[in-house]
Design a protein around this ligand. Structure first.
Ligand code: GTP
Ligand code: MG
Length: 151
């Protein structure tokens, strides 16, 4: 099953939006495979955002991400990466449609509450980076979940 790495950023944790974000992924039918609250190190964040190292906003981004604990999650299910990104909204919250997480809860690109992997490949890299101990699969009870899992 496809997996994605979703992270509630420090402003999302500070504002008490963890439950709201989890609720949206649960309601949609995705399966929670891993969940952790941690205060990330600079080294971890620089690896996570390595692709953006040359951007002018990179130092500010790292500073923002170091401002408090984050909640990292692995969600699994059909088209988890692309649909997960749709649920988050656009990078710039002002371009995010109402009904998306960013479109409902923020207005600043530098305080946009949540992160979602942008490809299956980066999802697997991010999961390995943030959950080096590994993430186990588990079976959900078919009778409880068939409504959302039947094609
Ligand atoms: P993530 O899910 O956090 O990876 O966001 P994204 O994939 O929508 O955007 P991207 O990976 O390009 O940028 C990572 C993060 O850097 C964004 O979520 C923003 O918090 C921040 N960022 C991106 N572009 C800008 C910008 O132009 N200005 C500022 N201040 N921050 C930016
Ligand atoms: Mg990104």
């Amino acid at each position: 099953m496809e997996r994605t790495y979703i992270m509630v950023k420090p402003d999302g944790v500070e504002r008490g939006l963890v439950g709201e974000i989890i609720k949206r992924f649960e309601n949609r039918g995705y399966q929670l495979l891993a969940l952790q609250l941690l205060t990330p190190t600079k080294e971890h964040l620089e690896q996570h955002y390595a692709d953006l190292k040359a951007k002018p906003f990179f130092p500010g981004l790292i500073q923002y991400m170091l401002s408090g604990p984050v909640v990292g999650m692995v969600w699994a299910g059909k088209d988890a990466v692309k649909t997960g990104r749709k649920m988050l909204g656009e990078t710039n919250p002002l371009a995010s449609a109402p009904g998306t997480i960013r479109g409902d809860y923020c207005i600043e690109v530098g305080r946009n509450i949540c992160h979602g992997s942008d490809s299956v490949e980066s999802a697997e890299k991010e999961i390995a980076l943030w959950f080096p101990q590994g993430v186990a699969d588990y079976q959900r009870n078919k009778s409880l979940t068939q409504l959302i899992y039947e094609n």
